[in-house]
Design a protein around this ligand. Sequence first.
Ligand code: PPS
Length: 310
Amino acid sequence: MSQKEEELTYEVAIEKATASLTRFPLIPVRGIPLMSYIAQNWDSIWAFRPDPSDLLIATYPKAGTTWTQEIVDLLFHNGDTEACKRAPTPVRSPFLEIFSPPPIPSGLELLEKMDPPRIIKTHLPFQLVPPGFWENKCKAIYVARNAKDNMVSYFHFDGMNKTQPEPGPWEGYIHKFMRGELSWGSWYDHVKGYWVERERRNILYIFYEDMKENPRREVERIMRYLDLSLSDEVVSRIVEFTSFKNMKENPMANYSCIPKSVFDQSVSPFMRKGEVGDWTNHFTAEQSKMFDDDYEKQMKGANIPFRTQI
Ligand code: PPS
């Protein structure tokens, strides 16, 4: 099946299944809260065997996954923007662990039908990544975003994504985030888990804030990591095509492929603000102080150079 046909099948399947969709409860898998459909299918996810040429893009949710998926797809296609409009992001670059009610294809089903090298998205913390990735020495890009902006983005996403638990009020959400009770668990453990493994596993660890500050520099960094060498002109095209504004307008990147009953973009658009420092519009001074005090404890000794402003 071509990716275009795959896309149609995907969209029809989502339409059919949405009647039965609900906010899934979280079930712990080795201590990490995951949506029930993921937890119930855990054995097949853990057993996934990638090809050595496959690339993993790992993130805590809302850290810049889609942006990086788009950049990498363009790099793999020599900046051919038409080729990168062949299908929506989750079809071009499947979400490894995602399972939804049938007939929505799981990430594993989509991956099975694709030829390597595949661009595989995951939100799994390091210890839950199927070991085949490291045994096969797959390349992996980890994108990290400062905790406050990451949480703000997740809060809005949990409001619009009808499969995630209700976010509830902002004040309570901060505490759930600090306690690691959101889907995919603790942000703190997530960013630290990949950080400590980055050298041993040859993981490219990049920051959302750096991408915002100097997207060209970060696109080139990713390009070098992938052992690619594209012309300056092609790199410029990739930077332009993956700007927030262009991705927000691109139906193949802005998740408009997911029906409103699942992603209600009238609650909050998937491409919401795309900024560094939006947290200042959400945290009160007291909340910020309380969060920072706790952050210091949870991140003690980690030395990961996060920036909450650029
Ligand atoms: S997901 O659901 O976990 O895959 O979401 P993810 O793609 O990781 O994160 C979504 C946030 O990234 C912002 N975004 C961008 N920012 C800048 N430039 C570009 N091109 C871009 N593409 C996506 C998106 O707007 C979400 O952040 P917020 O802060 O909510 O706007």
